[in-house]
Ligand binder design. Structure first.
Ligand code: PMP
Length: 386
């Protein structure tokens, strides 16, 4: 037996949302208990039921994200795999990429690997709040032929929302693709891929989308094909030529899928379709109480957009004298407040805002965070910082 976790104020939704809604947990359990066969592989009743779970989850997510044809949305193991697929699948030696300085390791590390193969990577710096200026991207794109602009939708460090629609126009006017890491967008922003006009959009299924860990999504616009990362069984199309089937989504989904995870993501998507607007408004209200409180704490520096500026519900702080790791440790041990310190898998972002040397304490709220939670966290921080 393991110890039950202590009651806690959970402010780490940027890592993964918690607690998962009961509907999500029920869908995961049902996928194992009642629809436990392999989807797309067999015509008996339980295999068909499992196929329906995957089909429905894809449709729900497509509707939620403004994707007209759900076959343009592929399930992955998370946003990391989705970013790898969009970058490694679309970029080739000799290509030039313009990328924001706020990217997570899920983008910077695949780009580093691609650089070793001869892809040229030019980084455009965001401002001290972590926000990109589309004019800077335009200048960089015009410097040399560019295959793709790569930019996150929102920062997992400062909460900044990037001007994706403007950057899409700039990329397309200059013959480049726009590839977006939307890990912090899905669920926290009203993402409408029909109007955003991106070429690829990678998502986590387990953050704002409310699914369990181990699931994510990649949208690839119709007509744009990537080299698939993985070849293997797709449940059909077997032939003697050994080639991966070209059809969507199976081309990009080799191997037995994570049916329980996909079922949970589908349930999360359903909840967001019904309640997303209301939850996002409350998330923003509670986040602003948190950020306003942080701004009043003596010795604390708060990073990210101004209090009244658009943001996803994530921010970072540092303190004059107490190390970020120490703050996070004391918050947990003394008050059961869960936050994450360090570099948040985003050293580029911390370099951009000036915290690469120290790291910072990240506080992020989500669908389940209450005003009481953030008031407890603020009181605990005041106590810890003395
Ligand atoms: N990009 C960003 C901006 C993120 O915040 C994260 C998760 N921390 C990822 C990518 C990776 O997502 P996943 O955990 O789903 O692989």
């Amino acid at each position: 037996m393991t110890d039950a976790p202590r009651a806690c104020v959970y402010l780490d939704h940027a890592a993964t949302s918690w607690p998962k809604p009961p509907e999500v947990i029920d869908a995961v359990v049902a996928a194992m208990r009642e629809q436990g066969a392999n989807p797309g592989r067999g015509a008996y009743a339980m295999a068909l039921a499992a196929s329906r779970v995957v089909f429905e989850a894809r449709r729900v997510c497509a509707d939620l994200l403004g994707v007209p044809d759900s076959r343009d949305l592929f399930f992955t193991s998370g946003c990391t795999e989705a970013c790898n697929l969009m970058l490694k699948g679309l970029l080739s030696p000799g290509d030039r990429v313009v990328v924001s300085s706020m990217e997570h390791n899920a983008v910077s590390r695949p780009l580093h690997a691609l650089q070793q193969l001869g892809v040229r990577v030019d980084v455009v710096s965001a401002d001290a709040t972590g926000t990109m200026d589309a004019a800077d991207v335009e200048r960089a794109v015009r410097l040399a032929p560019t295959r793709a602009v790569v930019c996150q939708h929102a920062s997992n460090v400062t909460g900044a929302i990037q001007p994706i629609a403007d950057i899409a126009d700039i990329a397309h006017e200059n013959g480049a693709l726009l590839l977006v890491d939307g890990a912090q967008g899905g669920g926290h922003l009203d993402v409408d891929l029909a109007t955003l006009s991106v070429d690829a959009y990678a998502l986590s299924g387990h953050k704002g989308m409310l699914g369990p860990q181990g699931v994510g999504l990649l949208y690839l616009r119709p007509g744009l094909e990537a080299r698939e990362l993985t070849q293997g069984g797709t449940g059909g199309g077997s032939s003697e030529d050994d080639a991966q089937p070209a059809g969507r989504p199976e081309r990009y989904e080799a191997g037995t899928p994570n049916t329980p995870g996909i079922a949970g993501l589908g349930a999360g998507g359903r909840l967001l379709a019904a309640n997303g607007a209301e939850w996002r408004a409350e998330e923003q209200r509670v986040f602003r109480i948190l950020k306003a409180g942080l701004l009043e704490l003596p010795g604390v520096r708060v990073y990210g957009p101004a209090l009244d500026a658009p943001t996803v519900p994530v921010t970072c702080i540092t303190h004059d004298s107490l190390e970020p790791d120490r703050i996070a440790f004391l918050l947990d041990r003394q008050a059961g407040v869960a936050v994450r310190s360090g570099l948040h898998c985003a050293p580029w972002a911390h370099r951009t805002i000036g915290t690469l040397g120290t790291g910072a304490v990240r506080l992020s709220v989500g669908h389940s965070t209450t005003e009481t939670d953030v008031r407890i966290a603020l009181a605990a921080l005041a106590e810890v910082l003395g």
